[in-house]
Design a protein around this ligand. Structure first.
Ligand code: PGA
Length: 246
């Protein structure tokens, strides 16, 4: 195991989500103005519920917090029910006191992709970089929408989604034909510049991707393996995703 990896194996997905929400809550209490990197997908939903609950209990004040999401589908309006902007509002932002102007998601409706990607990179830099980035893990080893083949140095850009990712995400849409084929995503290089990374993966479907991330060679074929180069990555797993990892 790489020095930068801290592995936490929990009994189940709920306690894994609790660990992640506690880490984020701790950061916000210590540094209310922290810049948080956020993720979408099925995995972080319970974490967001717990953060919303902790805000409701008066334990977490997000009024100074700034957030940057990893990615967005190209062509979906922020009001589209499957856009990541909409997801974030429903799952988290509507339930905490983060200022809407402090929440950033790439603009999926841009008509100038290169300018939008540069704007996003500049905005992250102007905020002093991301303090803590939350990540999920794709079955194919993707992080954000950095699909296999993504270079380690990649920056925020337009990407084509793989057939596997489109199939996986079809569960959120009326039909597979409605899943966008392209997205804007922070690059692997962008993600690796975050000061701290927390990756959450649960369920036995992620076991193989977890193994390759922590034990496999560092390769574009499995983009999460590039996290091995980062000095501060907490990997939070349930027992099913962990397999024989302790
Ligand atoms: P999931 O997606 O949380 O819906 O499994 C993870 C990812 O693709 O990063």
């Amino acid at each position: 195991m790489r020095d930068g990896f801290k592995l936490v194996v929990c009994d189940d997905a709920d306690s894994a989500s609790e660990v992640v929400s506690n880490e984020i809550g701790l950061l916000i209490r210590e540094k209310p103005e922290a810049v948080l990197g956020l993720a979408t997908g099925g995995t972080p939903v319970a974490t967001y519920e717990k953060l919303a609950e902790s805000h409701r209990l008066g334990e977490c004040d997000f009024s100074k917090t700034v957030t940057f999401n990893l990615d967005e589908y190209l062509g979906l309006a922020p009001t589209h029910s499957q856009s990541f902007r909409f997801f974030m509002e429903r799952q988290l932002f509507d339930h905490i006191n983060v200022a809407p102007a402090n929440t950033h998601v790439p603009n999926g409706l841009t008509d100038d992709v290169a300018a939008e990607c540069q704007r996003y990179e500049n905005l992250i830099r102007d905020h002093g970089g991301i303090e803590m980035q939350l990540l999920g893990l794709g079955h194919n080893g993707h992080i954000a929408f950095n699909e296999p083949g993504s270079p380690k140095e990649s920056r925020t850009r337009q990407v084509d989604l793989t057939g596997e990712t489109i199939e996986n995400n079809a569960r959120f849409f009326d039909s597979i034909g409605d899943v966008p084929r392209h997205a804007l995503t922070m690059g692997i290089g962008t993600i690796l510049e975050s000061k701290r990374i927390i990756l959450l993966a649960t369920g036995d479907g992620k076991r193989d991707a977890v193994q390759k991330m922590v034990r496999g060679p560092m390769t574009s074929d499995h983009p999460a393996s590039f996290l091995q180069t980062h000095p501060d990555v907490m990997i939070v797993l349930d027992r099913e995703a962990a397999g024989d990892l302790k």
